[in-house]
Design a binder for this molecule. Sequence first.
Ligand code: TRH
Length: 385
Amino acid sequence: MTKWDIFCRVVDNYGDIGTCWRLARVLAARYGVDVRLWVDDWAALAKVCPEAVRDGIEVAGVELREWMEVFPLVEPADVVIEAFACELPVAHMRAMAARIPPPLWINLEYLSAEDWVRGCNGLPSPRADPTLTKYFFFPGFIEGTGGLIRETGLLVRRDRALLECPRADWLRARGVTPQCADALLVSLFSYEQPGIGGLLRCWQVGDRPVLLLIPEGKVLPGVEAALGTDLPVGARLERGALRVAVLPFMGQNDYDGLLWRCDLNLVRGEDSFVRAQWAGRPLVWHIYPQEDDAHLVKLDAFLALYRTGLGAAAAAALAGFWRAWNGGMEADGAETETAAAWPAFARALPEIGRHARAWCAILDARPDLVDELWRFCQHLRKKSG
Ligand code: TRH
């Protein structure tokens, strides 16, 4: 299993690419294998990996390849990861079927806390073609799932970084000055957010100053509309108790640094959601909206796991704010909901903070996704002789 191919299609975000780029880096670093990462949207890759300046370049031990419409004839690797059911190029599948032995073919699935995940992790996919079997691999939070990606020594690196570069220094290096030492530091990365106006109003009139850090992205137009002003990258704005700083979109490692230093991280999708858990700090998840509100089932499945151990009031405040944040598309209703849910959530933040550290320690005690994937592939290899 010395050569790995990872295929990733970008939908309309960076998330899938964010997860795949992280997986590729950890695989190469931890197991010393050759990893080729194939991506169909080079600009999206370059956002999370600024070193991706040309097709074929090697970054962090990973060969970055552009997945073109006409796919080149290349020898398939020992293991082929099809990320998030992205459908491999037909030419490559043919080459896989002709290879002796055939590659292990893994479909890396989306992250979910739903119960059924445990039962489906590792199952083969029923396919007509008997020469190649595709296996499902599910990330997850509990035993029996594939786990979460965690770089070797991540939490030690996090804690050391916080000692070596405390929050005030980190902010100063990015041209940001908090209004006072006890300001609530919040990072905001979400999809279009109909409830944002209500929350911004709460922060403007609140007792505790809020410093809101917004990396450039989809949420900005909503913030601009709510505050009635343009907010280009680099913008700084003060309204009542709220100070806003718009930051450039950062590389993945720098974004970790932001999450580690904030009192509250508003995150989205999959990878930033997981990184906020490794930060061990309070978070709010904006889940990727799906048809028929299927995402709300996923949201509640995670909440059911994550709330365990919180006191009743804090658990209710957490669920109340998370649900309001994922409330719906009607701006009026959503704004009222987030504004109504904020005060109880803000009061519960100290308890939620302690809980976030404990949750992070629980996750850290479990094997991570890359080790689980490696073990699973070794098991399949042995099985196939
Ligand atoms: O981009 P996302 O919305 O990703 C999503 C999910 O994968 C979701 O499951 C999928 O269905 C949907 O796409 C289409 O959010 P996510 O997963 O958090 O990915 C964002 C990536 O961007 C993550 O790797 C962190 C990274 N990032 C930076 O590197 N720098 C930054 O400044 C910021 C804000 C994010």
